[in-house]
Design a protein around this ligand. Structure first.
Ligand SMILES: *[C@@H]1O[C@H](CO)[C@@H](O)[C@H](O)[C@H]1NC(C)=O
Ligand SMILES: *[C@@H]1O[C@H](CO)[C@@H](O)[C@H](O)[C@H]1NC(C)=O
Ligand SMILES: *[C@@H]1O[C@H](CO)[C@@H](O)[C@H](O)[C@H]1NC(C)=O
Ligand SMILES: *[C@@H]1O[C@H](CO)[C@@H](O)[C@H](O)[C@H]1NC(C)=O
Ligand SMILES: *[C@@H]1O[C@H](CO)[C@@H](O)[C@H](O)[C@H]1NC(C)=O
Length: 404
């Protein structure tokens, strides 16, 4: 503003004041990755460029930051985004982040890893493309001790008060999104996709987390849509579509000594479509840890041709022989479980399987309005099995329940 004469000086000062006052003071500074040396050509490794953008954004003292990844294909080697940051940070991804196809080119457990951060917000219409195809045939660790380490797509560890919205995670080499020691986190509008026969491509995996919401999310993979592991509490899942995949699984639990209770889980308004399992809790047959699995509510759940719609399995042992004889039955106590309005079709005749531990029988299991019809090759109507369980049933019951 040019103030040419003394008579205008007051007016000029006034206008300057208005301009300064009307500028939003908390507007984040935008860090467009294109302006920091990254190349969206699908082949230049942008790991260093992204890491240095993160450092500037995270270290900014005077206000919040917004990292922006515009449309385009950004090839990205393994990256680690470390906090703590000085201020809240937004990460907007509208482009595609492309992982190296060769698993040896990522030298960490997680391709894109966020650690020690508060107030992180990830969103955008972008895609995290794990390019897992080349890795899936190499996934044979249960029989090959020299199997290569495969990186998950994205991870959060020691992250609080944060969220991820709208992003798509595609074809991870192994699991897609991993959460470890994360508290107060929302996952919404996310899409997770991998072929139904891609091994161990879990959708969302979490352990030692609390106060988590997963909503309006669409997951189809070759393993669990959501895997809920040791130490997870206060997790709400709603409006999720799962399939293909292995369902929403709690566990497996009980194998290791340092495990913690899993409690306060609600699963509402969920559709399982063509999954091998739906509602699933699995604890190892021979278990070391004595923990509690409690206060679970599953409500308004639709099953469309699900292998095992309701499956509590306290004799989990995927690679027999197991050490049942030496170590005894599962020591995981399951209690206060409510299943309400669970309906649809089961591929297996046995639609309801409640096999609890002999040493720690399930307590207070409540079934209300369960209607699961058999729709498989065996013919005949659906059945239920109960072992070592106490509870009650009310309302509509197909199959006929087996609680005492
Ligand atoms: C994150 O939240 C947990 C649980 O509320 C708390 O123990 C931890 O100190 C928090 N971490 C940070 C960095 O604020
Ligand atoms: C999570 O969503 C709830 C509303 O459902 C909101 O109150 C809360 O602030 C959100 N938390 C985070 C960390 O985004
Ligand atoms: C989960 O839902 C329960 C009951 O509806 C509510 O009390 C709790 O605050 C919710 N927790 C989260 C993290 O959304
Ligand atoms: C279930 O999956 C089938 C096959 O992929 C699809 O055609 C159908 O629309 C899905 N149903 C729902 C309700 O999502
Ligand atoms: C069920 O509860 C009753 C009464 O508390 C008890 O006698 C019985 O042993 C329990 N059954 C199982 C399988 O826990």
């Amino acid at each position: 503003m040019a103030c040419i004469s003394y008579s205008f000086k007051t007016l000029c000062l006034f206008l300057l004041f208005v301009a300064a006052a009307s500028r939003p003071t908390n507007k984040p500074k935008v860090f467009n990755v294109r302006r920091y040396g990254s190349k969206p050509d699908g082949k230049t490794d942008n790991a260093n460029a992204f890491t240095s953008v993160w450092k500037s954004a995270c270290g900014r003292k005077s206000g919040s930051s917004k990292i922006y990844v515009p449309k385009g294909t950004f090839y990205l080697g393994g990256v680690e985004f470390l906090g703590p940051c000085k201020n809240p940070i937004e990460f907007i991804i509208d482009g595609t982040l492309l992982a190296p196809a060769n698993p040896m080119d990522i030298k960490q457990d997680i391709w894109i890893n966020f650690r020690y951060i508060n107030d992180l917000s990830i969103s955008g219409s972008g895609i995290l493309d794990g390019q897992g195809e080349q890795s899936w045939p190499l996934n044979d660790c249960h029989k090959n001790p020299n199997c290569p380490k495969l990186a998950m797509n994205m991870g959060f560890a020691f992250v609080n008060n944060s969220n991820i919205k709208d992003i798509t995670s595609l074809n991870s080499k192994i699991g897609h999104l991993n959460f470890y020691s994360v508290h107060h986190f929302n996952i919404t509008g996310v899409t997770i996709t991998a072929p139904g026969d891609s091994p161990n491509t879990d959708g969302i995996k979490m352990g030692f987390c609390s106060n988590i919401q997963i909503s309006k999310t669409n997951i189809g993979t070759g393993d669990d849509c959501i895997a809920i592991l040791s130490g997870t509490t206060n997790l709400n899942i709603s409006n999720v579509k799962c399939g293909p995949g292995h369902g929403i699984s709690v566990g497996s639990l009980g194998k290791n000594k340092d495990e913690k209770d899993v409690k306060d889980l609600t699963v509402r308004d969920v559709i399982f479509n063509g999954t091998s399992d739906g509602i699933r809790i699995k604890t190892w047959e021979s278990s070391a840890s004595k923990i509690l699995v409690s206060n679970f509510v599953y409500e308004n759940i639709q099953m469309i041709d699900v292998g095992n719609p309701i499956n509590i399995d306290q004799k989990y042992c995927p690679y027999p022989p197991c050490e049942h004889e030496q170590k005894g039955e599962s020591h995981v106590q399951i209690q206060n479980l409510k299943l309400k309005n669970i309906f649809g079709t089961s591929k297996n005749k046995m639609a309801v399987k409640l096999q609890c531990s002999k040493s720690f029988p399930c307590k207070n299991v409540e079934l209300i309005d369960v209607n699961l019809k058999h729709n498989g090759v065996e013919g005949g109507s659906s059945t239920a099995v109960c072992e070592n369980i106490n509870g009650s049933a009310s309302g509509n019951m197909v199959p006929q329940h087996c609680l005492n």
